[in-house]
Ligand binder design. Structure first.
Ligand code: FAD
Length: 406
């Protein structure tokens, strides 16, 4: 059973931070502090923040998990990477989503599945921030069940042409390249992954308006009308598109978990600060025991979410070092799923509690808790909705023979 797997043994895990790791995290912290007013302004103006790419490219933070062999890749281990994304998550789920998609779903997936030529072509501009990456799996009628997607490709004259529609694609209007998934025309099996240049004729993206949260993030509908992909830009072996997509989602879940831990931290910090300055009934609200309850529970959830995150990062690091080890891959998948599920739910809960501590001031988007409440809700939906992850976690204990669907 996976639960008893040696990779899950907590006593073997070491969460110490080296001086080198601490330096990276200081660099991330500095950049985030400088970036905050830019995001604040965009948020209140309800406008997509187009400064994430140039700002963090200048700070050399857009290639954190990617090998130093490629452009501005920083070669960070998974622990450093997770702690960096946690710090970015404090700035808001919109900003953090950029990193999750561009680095985790994009770069890490290319690094794992790409040919040497693909890595040499796509990773340097991505790590330098010259080319943003997106990930197009979801369709109007294929979300939790990506196997039911209907986008198809045809092969003609040594090229692939893709037709279909992708929905809810983060960075779909911003990206230079998108990882996209399709079946061979007329077939319902043999899904393939591709790297597509979004400037190709036949690629069109439209921003999705009126979202509940993430006003500063580009979320788009993508239309593919015989959109071209070069023969050498199939990602992963033919027919292995689903495995490529699922491994991308595993990377994404670690990143979402990290970002959500950052959200909990920010909500706790804000609630503690406010509880220490606001007076009602003749005393600081932080002295009222029911307000303390909110803070105590946020603090407990922060610890639990962070430990699950560190455990997932630790196991993921082992997997990075031994990528052909299937047992390790499954242990990583389970650990990332648990970390993401717990942190997503705890971040929404923390945002809700922080809003409550702020009272009416918590209802204003001028204050951070309200933004976290609106923005963190998506983390229970994307990269595996809660219900899907609950089933995945159960199978970790029950075993695959209990799978409800395949
Ligand atoms: C802001 C945002 C950004 C996104 N970015 C991306 C992106 O960059 N790339 C991308 O490809 N996708 C992206 N998505 C899409 C996201 O991954 C999907 O929304 C998600 O997979 C869920 O699919 P769905 O919305 O179609 O819901 P559905 O699959 O229709 O599910 C609806 C409900 O039914 C439940 N459900 C479905 N099947 C089962 C089952 N078997 N058992 C129990 N319950 C079930 C779900 O859990 C959910 O509660 C994004 C979504 C949002 C909102």
């Amino acid at each position: 059973m996976l639960e008893q797997n040696e990779f899950m043994n907590l006593s073997k895990m070491n969460f110490d931070i080296s001086e080198e790791q601490a330096m990276v995290l200081e660099q991330v912290d500095r950049a985030c502090r400088e970036f905050r007013p830019i995001e604040d302004k965009c948020y209140l103006e309800h406008r997509i923040n187009d400064q994430v790419r140039p700002f963090f490219a200048k700070a050399h933070l857009l290639g954190l998990p990617t090998s130093r062999k490629y452009g501005d890749g920083q070669g960070a281990d998974m622990m450093t990477y997770a702690l960096a994304v946690e710090r970015i998550g404090r700035e808001g789920t919109g900003v953090r989503t950029f990193f999750s998609v561009h680095m985790a779903l994009g770069q890490m997936t290319i690094q794992h599945w790409g040919t040497e030529e693909q890595k040499a072509k796509y990773l340097p501009p991505a790590t330098r921030g010259d080319a943003v990456l997106a990930f197009g799996l979801t369709e109007p009628n294929a979300g939790s069940d990506p196997a039911s997607l209907t986008t198809y490709f045809e092969e003609k004259g040594g090229k692939y042409y893709l037709t279909g529609q992708k929905m809810w694609i983060s960075l779909g209007s911003t990206a230079k390249y998108i990882l996209v998934f399709a079946y061979p025309k007329g077939k319902r099996e043999g899904m393939c992954g591709f790297i597509m240049d979004t400037s190709t004729p036949g690629y069109k993206a439209e921003i999705i308006p009126h979202k509940l949260g993430l006003p500063t993030a580009d979320t788009s509908t993508v239309y593919l009308d015989k959109a071209e992909v070069a023969k050498e830009d199939m990602l992963g072996p033919p027919g292995k598109g689903m495995s490529v997509a699922l491994s991308g989602l595993m990377n994404g879940r670690l990143s979402v978990a990290a970002g959500c831990v950052g959200v909990i931290q920010d909500c706790l910090d804000e609630a503690v600060r406010y509880a220490g300055v606001r007076f009602q009934h003749g005393k600081l609200i932080g002295k009222h025991q029911l307000v303390q309850r909110h803070i105590g529970l946020m603090s407990m959830n922060l610890d639990a979410a962070k430990l699950l995150l560190l455990k997932a990062a630790f196991i993921k690091q082992k997997y990075e070092e031994d990528p052909k080890n299937r047992a390790l891959m499954e242990a990583t998948d389970l650990a990332c799923t648990k970390a993401k599920y717990f942190a997503a739910n705890a971040s929404f809960d923390a945002a809700n509690r922080a809003v409550q501590v702020f009272g009416a001031n918590g209802y204003s988007l001028e204050n951070r808790p309200a933004r976290h409440l609106a923005d963190s809700r998506v983390t229970m939906i994307y990269e595996g909705a809660n219900e899907i992850l609950e089933q995945k976690m159960a199978l970790g204990s029950l075993g695959k023979s209990f799978e409800a669907y395949s």
